[in-house]
Ligand binder design. Structure first.
Ligand code: 13P
Ligand code: SF4
Length: 335
């Protein structure tokens, strides 16, 4: 071990790095951030220490906007691949790092470009709205992107006469169709974390804590959404518990968000909604949890793994994301 670090080059080109557990990771990461003019962005589903060391913590919409407006040279994305890829699409001249390149998303993976092209061909003449939880290839095949925060606004911006394809989350799609009254052709994908919540066990908890409010992400299945007191993106859920007068909440989304909830309202009680399969007992997104403080340090030190996108694909994907940002952050805008 030299300088607290032992490095091996693996056959597939990846670095295997062992760090001395005496190394002060927080200090080292802060030093690298300053030396390299890097900004650390973290999603609410990341481990607490990653959220605490980040320059900014947010939902997927906030994070894409932060990435688009940063003047840092390096964006370090503590989140999953589609989030870091979105940052790279918006900032082609910046280096974008993801601590673990295997941090994917089951929802994004449920929609391949080959199948999606065929789906579009079956429904010609539709305006294609895709959730940000998709690959660059799917974004390039879409007219506009949305997140769970702005999906209602994006759909309401599409003229009534236009037909809509919505992909890839069937639960978010059905929820938005119901609240906007728009008919949509919806891709049949789902998030394995949000479809795991058990209505039966949530209702048992509600009996145990009669005053508790159920709050849910729109990626949850309809029966869970129907019993929820509030439905919203991660930022909206956080906002809700901050301003609401309740004391106890049953949280139907990935439990990483509870870190910020406890910071905002330490006097309140937050209970993770139980999953159908009680063997694991948790509702963690295994992809999100691949990132760690060690991997953050290593990726900042070696500027690896880096997100790379072929330029013509990047340009095609960019226009659908820019349209979303324009509608979300400008006062009035029509598609
Ligand atoms: P938010 O846009 O609400 O942060 O959600 C992202 C996500 O991946 C939900 O599973
Ligand atoms: Fe993807 Fe679900 Fe994880 Fe969100 S929680 S990143 S939708 S797998």
């Amino acid at each position: 071990m030299n300088n607290n670090i032992n490095i091996q080059l693996l056959k597939d080109g990846y670095l295997k790095v062992d760090i001395d557990d005496q190394l002060d990771l927080e200090y080292e990461i802060n030093k690298l951030r300053k030396e390299k003019n890097a900004v650390i962005l973290a999603h609410y589903y990341q481990e607490g220490p990653l959220q605490d060391i980040a320059d900014f913590v947010g939902d997927s919409l906030d994070l894409s906007q932060k990435a688009a407006s940063t003047d840092a040279d390096i964006i370090v994305f503590c989140g999953v691949h589609f989030m870091a890829e979105t940052a790279k699409i918006l900032c082609p001249d910046k280096k974008v790092l993801l601590p673990d390149l295997n941090a994917g998303c089951s929802l994004a993976e449920s929609c391949t470009s080959k199948d999606f092209k065929e789906f579009k061909e079956k429904h010609p003449g539709h305006t294609v709205v895709s959730y940000i939880n998709t690959s660059a290839e799917i974004k390039a095949l879409s007219d506009i992107i949305c997140t769970s925060s702005n999906a209602e606004k994006i759909i309401n911006n599409i003229p009534e006469k236009e037909n809509i394809i919505f992909a890839p989350d069937r639960n978010l799609g059905n929820y938005i169709a119901a609240i906007t009254g728009r008919e949509m052709v919806i891709w049949n994908g789902a998030c394995h974390v949000h479809e795991e919540f058990s209505l039966e066990r949530i209702l048992e908890l509600k009996e145990e804590y009669p005053g508790a409010k159920i709050i849910a992400h729109p990626e949850c299945e309809k029966p869970v959404r129907l019993v929820a007191d509030f439905i919203g993106s991660t930022s909206k859920l956080l906002n809700f518990i901050s301003n609401d007068d309740g004391e106890i909440y049953i949280i139907a989304t990935e439990p990483g968000i509870i870190h910020q909830m406890k910071k905002k309202r330490p006097e309140k009680t937050f209970i993770v909604a139980p999953p159908k399969d009680s063997t694991c007992g948790c509702s963690n997104c295994s992809y999100m949890k691949l990132n760690t403080m060690e991997k953050l340090y290593i990726c900042m030190k070696y500027e690896n793994p880096e997100i790379v996108i072929e330029e013509s694909l990047r340009r095609q994907a960019e226009s659908s994301i820019r349209k979303m940002l324009n509608i979300s952050f400008k006062k009035s805008s029509v598609l």
